[in-house]
Design a protein around this ligand. Sequence first.
Ligand code: KIV
Ligand code: ZN
Length: 527
Amino acid sequence: MSEKVFIFDTSLRDGEQSPGCSMNLQEKLAMAHQLERLNVDIIEAGFPIASDGDFEAVQAIATEVRQPTIAALARTNRADIMRAWEAIKMAQKPRIHTFIATSDIHLEFKLRKSRSEALELAIEAVKTARDLCSDVEFSAEDATRSDIDYLAEIFEAAIENGATTINIPDTVGYTVPQEYGPFIEKLLSKIANRDQAVFSCHCHDDLGLAVANSLVAVENGCRQVECTVNGIGERAGNASLEEIVMTMHTRKDRLAYHTDVNPEEIYRSSRLLSNLTGSSVQSNKAIVGKNAFAHEAGIHQDGVLKNALTYEIMTPQSVGIISSTLVMGKHSGRHALSKKFEELGYQLDKEELERAYFFFTKLADQKKEIYDEDLIAIIQDGIKTIPDTYKVNYVQASGGNQEMSSAVVRLEKGEELFVESAFGDGPVDAIYKAVDQITGMRGRLLNYSVNSVSRGKDALGEVFIHVRFNNRSYSGKAASVDVIDASARAYLNAVNKAFYEKKGEVENESEAASPKKGKVQHKATGS
Ligand code: KIV
Ligand code: ZN
């Protein structure tokens, strides 16, 4: 009889805190809704004490996403725990996740605390959390490099004081399956009250063993796996959710465990995450990489055509990659587009369909064949986003190795048009300088990348950027058959986020100061 393993997704916490994966509130909410559709059991929504932005995002997720448990991370101090609780208390199923490091190296050099001091802190934290919330997880950071008897002692005390889940992280991705499995088995045997808690694993991928280690942890008693979509996370990342889920799904014959995750939502979750963060998935990544189901060698193609099982251990459809029957082109109407989106798993309301159709017709004028990836890019790019304060009306840029790059940009803001030109280090830099002259906000580009999302010479190019305005970093993205156009629109996407946030702040401040006066309009700084 197969036993259930709980899937604890930490894409929005451990994943989001890794370089290049940051998301704003709207983006985190969109991802949390998708994780709900994916049917994960627990969403770790963030680390509320880390920043006001983190707090607000966790709170918004706790308010809107009702099906899964919503966890918030806290160190073992009262301020962290209170902040975490404040952020999740309205969740349908809240969980406080508190942690402290237990290895001697972390205790001595990072925390400068003795084992007994850490034990006291853990007990106090679990008690405080449990007074607030009936679902409390306790993690021993760097557990795999901790003394096993001390670990057993701290876990037993945590359970005694109310922890309902006990997490045994391989924080630095150092363990190997041959060690982690017996370690967990022995550890559990030393914890007298082990039947009063669910044990969990949390593996990092520094040696590429996070998934293997997680599976061996399950084999040895863990019934919760902490993981992330696309395996994003600190350094080399966390165990990849899709690999864990699909291994259990595909090798039911060998592994007597299952998850409640809906595998058909895997591909969409992967695409959404890389679209939101700009952190693209390597082509040969298991399950969700571009080549995961591509057969190039003639002998393989021949085999697959005769019987797919010759080289395919699972179908692309089983993870939600749909080879669609509807071919979309210039003459397709709204009805066909709406049906096509349904096939791809998106239910659009009237307004969303109108916007999607607008982008679709623009694309169909530029491109002969429209692939599913193009449509997903349209929907994830242009539909549920923040309002466009500025829109690109016209962009022209030139460069080369013989002359200085220059650009002319015309932006729309409501009924008004603003035009500027600028020189730059390359055409993209020139565009961004011209935009800055119009908006009056100086951006510092932190990161710029361009990927092709579909096939052919007229493939859609997706541009992702991270840009800093007023000491805050914003991501921007846009897709177009023209990289110059996509670059300009990606920048505007980030600019509009900055304006939106600024506008919200001005409104909040003004409402707090004089609630009856109504909303304060943000003044345009453009010339
Ligand atoms: O890797 C780790 O140890 C963590 C803990 C906070 C669970 O992320
Ligand atoms: Zn971690």
